[in-house]
Design a protein around this ligand. Sequence first.
Ligand code: CA
Length: 232
Amino acid sequence: MTGKTVVLIAEDEVSQAEVLKYNLEAAGFEVRLSINGADALSQIEENRPDFLVLDWMLPEVSGIEICRRLRRIDENKDLPIIMVTARGEEEDRIRALEVGADDYMVKPYSPGELVARINAVLRRTSPSLVGEKLEFSDLVLDLVSRKVKRNGESLHLGPKEFKILQALMERPGRVLSRRQIIDLAWGQNIYIEDRTIDVHIRRLRSTLGGDGLPNLIRTVRGFGYSLDEEQN
Ligand code: CA
């Protein structure tokens, strides 16, 4: 790793931007701030960051418009972007992804979750910028040695359980449908029955859940699963 990953936060709510800055710096990022859309665009043009955290509702130029414009410029086609929105509607999320955001988050969210999401997007888009470990709560998944630890204890997972856990840890707090889990752990266009996923999740839970530790995998009935610290 050379130097710090530079994150530009485009957010007009100054107190929120300051909280994020503090937390991202604590997580090892270099942070720049921008409080309006036009300024964000000119900052990116003058000195391209490694990552953009982009509020949807910004003065002058909206986050959606910024995203759309950046994706038209060759050198910014691959700039990793997480769109932040107060709008949780499904169509808004889809729109954010359609204009080229790599991920989106709905306010309010915890700074810790943002850090995890940034690392997950970086791992997909710029693997050289991140370490090879995923962490969530007391879980650590090492992508190089392919080892998993919980609370410092090594766990033995089967290859599919490992991939499912990796998929969940790369998207903490996000609900994954069974179909998405199949795509991520088995590959696309593979036919696997839903109950097969449930069997693997049950095995994964029982391996993770030794010694009365809290269950980290939440079932979203009729849909899928997510990795969550707060179950109840
Ligand atoms: Ca705003």
